[in-house]
Design a protein around this ligand. Structure first.
Ligand SMILES: [Cu+2]
Length: 140
């Protein structure tokens, strides 16, 4: 009986990766002039043994942030909104030019090339992860 209980407790613990298991690297923003949406790029690493879902992104430095994916169809690239994206167990999810990316709309006045902005990633289970994104110009 005791063994069954501790086994159940172990399973319960295993169902939730902690925020400490998630890391962001290679983060940057491509800031475009003239009010065009800016692109956001990063890699999320999942050091746990359980897949994690990225379910939302926001930033105090932009009015709105969306997750997009660029797809090539018939030689044309087009972007589609993405509601969620999976970070595999002991794996990574890449947001990079030509694939998954963030579209950041309406930057606040303080956002400028050479600076940094805060981006908050939300994951399934209610966890969030805040990261600093360096801001680059149109050339990246
Ligand atoms: Cu886009």
């Amino acid at each position: 009986m005791l063994r069954a209980l501790s086994l159940a407790a172990g399973l319960a613990l295993a169902t939730a990766a902690s925020a400490a298991d998630l890391r962001v690297t290679d983060a940057w923003i491509r800031l475009l002039p003239g009010g065009a949406p800016s692109g956001g790029y990063f890699t999320v690493h999942n050091d746990s043994g359980i897949p994690v879902e990225l379910v939302g992104v926001r930033s105090p430095d932009f009015r709105d942030v969306m997750m997009h994916r660029t797809e090539i169809a018939g030689g044309n690239a087009r972007m589609e909104p993405v509601a969620r994206a999976s970070v595999p167990a002991h794996g990574e999810l890449r947001f990079a030019p030509g694939g998954y990316h963030l579209m950041l709309m309406q930057p606040s006045a303080g956002v400028k090339v050479g600076g940094e902005v805060t981006v908050v990633l939300s994951f399934g289970g209610g966890r969030t992860l805040s990261a600093r994104f360096p801001v680059r110009g149109p050339a990246g």
